[in-house]
Write a protein that binds this ligand. Structure first.
Ligand SMILES: O=C[C@H](O)[C@H](O)COP(=O)(O)O
Ligand SMILES: C=C(OP(=O)(O)O)C(=O)O
Ligand SMILES: [Mn+2]
Length: 524
C-alpha cells in the first residue's frame, strides 16, 4: 500500500510569493500576483494539496533540511519553459486529440547527467526530426514532436531495493535522485538542483538548434540512413522514396535561399509547417512531486481573470503506470495544472476507472487536456484496448491517445539483460492502429524510448540484432531504447502503415515481404 507522503513540515517554497517570471507571457502586460486564491478546476486544489494524499514510489530524503534548501533554491530560479509556450503546446495537444496532428513523443528512458552533451542532445533532436519527416510522408498530417528530454531524471522502479552480494541497497532512481554507484544510493537533494541546471542547459541548446535552418539541416542533410541495407524490398523502396523526397526538399531549399523563388518558398513553408516550426516540446514523468511543486508558477489570465498554474519545468508532464492511483498524490498534483498532462495506461486499468480519471483530470472536457499513453503489451492490445476506447468515447472526453509499445513488451534475457524486441514493438503499434481505426478513434501518435545514438539495447530491426550482441553498446541507465537505425526503420514501417499504401500492388514482381506477414521482422 502506498504510504501517506511524509511531507517535510510546511515548506513555504515561495512559488506563490515571488514576482512571476511568466507574468508577461499571456498578454504582454505586467501582472504581479502575490498570492493565488482561485484554482482552475476545484477550489481545494493547491500546488501543495498532493501532500495529504498517498504517494507511491515516494523518494524519502534522510536530510530534510538539505531538501528544503534545494527546493527553495529551485522555486526561485527562472522558469525553464514559459506560460506562453505551454499555451501553444496545449493548442497542439488539442489538434492532436481531434486528429489534426500526429504526435511523436520520445527519448531516453532515463536521461543521464553525463549525456548532457551537444552530441547526445542534437542526436535526440535529429532522430525525432527524421522520424517525423518520414511519418509525415505517410500520415500526411503535421507531426508534433515531444521529447522525453530536459528533465527525465527520476525513475519509478519495480523493486525499490536491490540485493548485491547479500547486501540490500536502494535501487537507482535516476540522476536527480541518487547515483548508479552502490555507494551513492541515498537520495541527495543537491541532485535536484543539478537536475534543474542540466535541464536548463539542455533546453538552451535545444532552443539554439530550433531555427528553421537548423531544423532543415538536421532533418535533411544528416539523414544518416543506408536505404540499401534494409533487408526488405518494400521498405527499401520506401526508404529510397524518402531519400529522394529529402533530396528534392534540400534542392528546393538551396534554390529558394539563392533566388527567393516563390514556388520553392511555398513548398518550403509547407514543409516547415509540416515539420512544425516550434521548438521540440519538452516533457518528463512527474515522479518527484516535491520537485514539481517547486516548479509551479501561478499566472493571472488578464482576459478571464482566472489563475493558471504552470509546472514551469516542462511543457508536458505525465504520470506513470505505477503512480496513477485515482486518489493518489500524482493525479492530485497534475489535475490543477494548465500544462498538457498525460497518464500511462497499463492492462490493469478498468474502463470505469479510466473514465473516473478523466473526469478528475479533465472536468471541463477540453480536447487534448489529457494524453492517454497505452502500454498494454503486444498480446494484450486486442483484448484490453477496445473496452477502454469504448468507455472514453461514451464519456464525452476527447483525450489524445498515444501508443507506448515499449513498456508492455520488456523481457530479460537468460543472462539477465533487460531488452525488448523490435517485432513486439511494431506489433503493438500495428494492433493499436487497427483497433483505433476500427473504432473510428484514430491513434494520435506514439510514445517511444529511443535514442539517436548507435546503441545495442533492443533486439531485432532491419539489420537484426541478436541477444548475443546486446553487450556491445548497452548504455541505458534504465530501460532498453531503440537505436537510431531501429527508430528510422520503425518510422518507415509506421509511415507505410499510416499511409495505408499497398506497395504490393505496385511491386507485383517483387517477392512478398515478410514485413506484411510478420510485422517488425521484414525480410526475416
Ligand atoms: O521506465 C520505466 C520503469 O521505470 C522501468 O521500466 C522500471 O524498470 P525496472 O523494472 O528495472 O525497475
Ligand atoms: C516508467 C515509465 O513507464 P511506465 O510508467 O509506463 O511503466 C516510463 O515511461 O519510463
Ligand atoms: Mn522506461
Amino acid at each position: 500500500m502506498p504510504a501517506i507522503h511524509n511531507a517535510p513540515p510546511k515548506l513555504d517554497l515561495g512559488h506563490m510569493a515571488f514576482e512571476l517570471s511568466t507574468k508577461k507571457a499571456l498578454s504582454g502586460q505586467q501582472h504581479s500576483q502575490k498570492t493565488q486564491t482561485t484554482a482552475p478546476t476545484e477550489t481545494d486544489w493547491h500546488p501543495t494539496s498532493w501532500r495529504s494524499k498517498p504517494v507511491t514510489q515516494d523518494i524519502v530524503y534522510p536530510d530534510q533540511g538539505a531538501l528544503f534548501k534545494a527546493l527553495s533554491k529551485i522555486s526561485h530560479l527562472p522558469s525553464l519553459v514559459s506560460a506562453g509556450e505551454i499555451e501553444r503546446a496545449r493548442e497542439d495537444y488539442a489538434r492532436g486529440a481531434r486528429g489534426e496532428a500526429f504526435f511523436l513523443h520520445g527519448g531516453d528512458c532515463a536521461e543521464a547527467f553525463n549525456e548532457c552533451t551537444e552530441d547526445h542532445i542534437s542526436a535526440q533532436l535529429r532522430i525525432l526530426l527524421q522520424m517525423s519527416f518520414i511519418i509525415f510522408m505517410g500520415a500526411k498530417t503535421p507531426v508534433v514532436r515531444v521529447g522525453r528530454i530536459a528533465g527525465q531524471y527520476a525513475k519509478p522502479r519495480s523493486k525499490l531495493t536491490e540485493v548485491v552480494d547479500g547486501k540490500e541497497y536502494p535501487s537507482f532512481r535516476g540522476d536527480s535522485v541518487n547515483g548508479m554507484d552502490l555507494t551513492d544510493r541515498q537520495p541527495d537533494p543537491d541532485r535536484l538542483v543539478s537536475a534543474y541546471f542540466h535541464s536548463s542547459t539542455t533546453i538552451n541548446y535545444l532552443r539554439s538548434l530550433s531555427s528553421e535552418q537548423q531544423l532543415l539541416d538536421a532533418a535533411i542533410k544528416e539523414l544518416d540512413f543506408d536505404a540499401d541495407s534494409i533487408d526488405s524490398e518494400i521498405l527499401r523502396v520506401k526508404a529510397h522514396q524518402v531519400h529522394s523526397r529529402i533530396e528534392d526538399a534540400l534542392l528546393l531549399y538551396a534554390s529558394s535561399a539563392r533566388n527567393g523563388d516563390k514556388a520553392s518558398s511555398r513548398t518550403l513553408d509547407h514543409l516547415s509547417r509540416a515539420m512544425g516550426s516550434e521548438m521540440l516540446w519538452t516533457s518528463h514523468e512527474a515522479l518527484n512531486l516535491s520537485l514539481e511543486e517547486a516548479s509551479v508558477r501561478s499566472v493571472v489570465d488578464p482576459v478571464t481573470g482566472a489563475t493558471h498554474h504552470y509546472d514551469s519545468s516542462a511543457h508536458m508532464i505525465w504520470t506513470g503506470e505505477r503512480t496513477r492511483q485515482l486518489e493518489g498524490g500524482h493525479i492530485e498534483f497534475m489535475r490543477g495544472l494548465r500544462n498538457p498532462i498525460g497518464c500511462k495506461i497499463g492492462p490493469t486499468m478498468q474502463p470505469d476507472e479510466l473514465v473516473a480519471l478523466l473526469n478528475k483530470l479533465d472536468p471541463d472536457y477540453q480536447d487534448g487536456r489529457v494524453t492517454l499513453i497505452t502500454r498494454l503489451g503486444v498480446d494484450k492490445v486486442d483484448r484490453f484496448l477496445p473496452p477502454l476506447i469504448d468507455a472514453v468515447q461514451a464519456s464525452g472526453h476527447r483525450p489524445l491517445w498515444l501508443c507506448d509499445p515499449c513498456h508492455g513488451n520488456g523481457k530479460t534475457t537468460a543472462t539477465g539483460i533487460k531488452t525488448r524486441d523490435f517485432a513486439d514493438i511494431f506489433g503493438e503499434i500495428e494492433k493499436s492502429i487497427s483497433v483505433h481505426n476500427a473504432m473510428h478513434n484514430p491513434l494520435g501518435g506514439l510514445h517511444l524510448e529511443l535514442t539517436g545514438d548507435k546503441v545495442t539495447e533492443c533486439t531485432g530491426g532491419c539489420i537484426p540484432l541478436g541477444e548475443d550482441q546486446l553487450g556491445s553498446a548497452y548504455k541505458t541507465l534504465c530501460d532498453p531504447r531503440l537505436s537510431a537505425e531501429q527508430s528510422l526503420h520503425l518510422a518507415l514501417l509506421v509511415s507505410r502503415r499510416l499511409e495505408g499504401d499497398n506497395l504490393h500492388a505496385h511491386l507485383s514482381s517483387a517477392p512478398v515481404s515478410a514485413a506484411s506477414s510478420a510485422p517488425g521482422s521484414p525480410g526475416k
